[in-house]
Design a protein. Sequence first.
Length: 471
Amino acid sequence: MKNITKIFSGKKMKYGINSAVMTAAFIAILIVINLIVGQYPLKKDLTKNRLFSFAPQTIEILENLDQTINIYALYPQGQEDPFMKEILERYARSSDKIKLEFVDPVKNPTFVNQFADENTGIQQGAVIFAGEGNKRFKIVNYMDMLDYNYETQTFDSIKAEQRFTNAIVFVTAEKMPVVYFTQGHSEQEFAAAKQVLERENFQFKNINLYSEEIPEDAELIIVASPQRDFAASEIEKMDQFFNKGGRAAFLFDISSNELPTLEAYLKEWGVGLNRDVIIEESKNNYSMSQTMLIPNIQSHEITGTLKSNNLLMLVPVARSLDILFEEKDGITVNSLLKTTDKSWGETNFKEAKKGPEDMQGPLDIAVAIERENAGEEAKATKILVMGNAQFLADQYMSSAGIANVDFFMNSVNWAQDKKESITIRPKSLEGESIAFTSQIQILLYVALVVVVIPLVVFIFGGVVWMRRRHL
């Protein structure tokens, strides 16, 4: 009996019992925490570029959903993309109106084919967003969710949230606004701009104002780089359109061609077109070439998000605009993009050398015009005029590093009286890296990881072992 008492009163037994109690308590705490986390699945986005965090536009749209949205992610069983799966599950967790389902397209071909186009079908990895009853739906293909860099042959950024949120807006929208592009004046086709409009849930159509009337569903008319003048009858149709609160965007490129009728009409709205090409000498305001402008962004509803997020635009080979008045007869003209005071408007297209006839900067590149119309329910007329259309070219619209898409869609949404654009920028996939400036830094880092840290752990473990050995 004394031996048993001695055993239980010994130091080793006390330490052993304490260790067992602490281990049991620790395990119990882990079980409780696990049960709590299971009931409330809280997750923290610790990625550098907040890849799994939603933009304010997405959060607002999800909070205001008033109908069920079915999301079908097409992956073979067990082959789901973990990255996209996490993003989609966050959509489902953010709103009880979102119903997420992973569908194996191999095992369920009949289900998938109800959404498929006869010619193209649906790719594996695509995500289908469908409204109630699956009557209205939109398909987002896997490659549409990522930006691929063909030079480096890598994925630069992820556009999943941008595509998913716009798909939700598409299937819940009552009608699709229509944007018309004028034809008949050798206008330029901008495929990238039309793709952006389609992605942002706009329809686009072409119109010849000489032979057609402006339809009632025209929300915006875009005149993109005209090379031939407008007829008087076309100007009259535009004027009637504006008198009813119509909206338009006139985008001009440098040209030796004169457009007297159209230019005279725009002067009535307070804007003149200068026949020049802008040369910029401020090194912070051009890229590679002095005609590849990085303009100073002015304060306006269109440019607000660009300024607040310190975004840059790239405007290649622009002509300057002349603001004839800032306010007159109910018309207000506001500058959107300006060059610096080190720029000038070169009127000699053959030689970039400043002369006495060239206009000194700062020069205006883009302006926004507004006019209130008579009548209690009459809409205000809104017109964008820009001395450049090439900012809409494919190479400038597809780059994640410049904000040409943002400016374009902000302008379209401004013309639509939308206070908040749902244009969501792609998120860079560039990871956090350690930059070494010398070979010594590399050797020190290797020594720290390979030698110092393991040695500290070994010494600490040895000390603990020696103390316990002498208990």
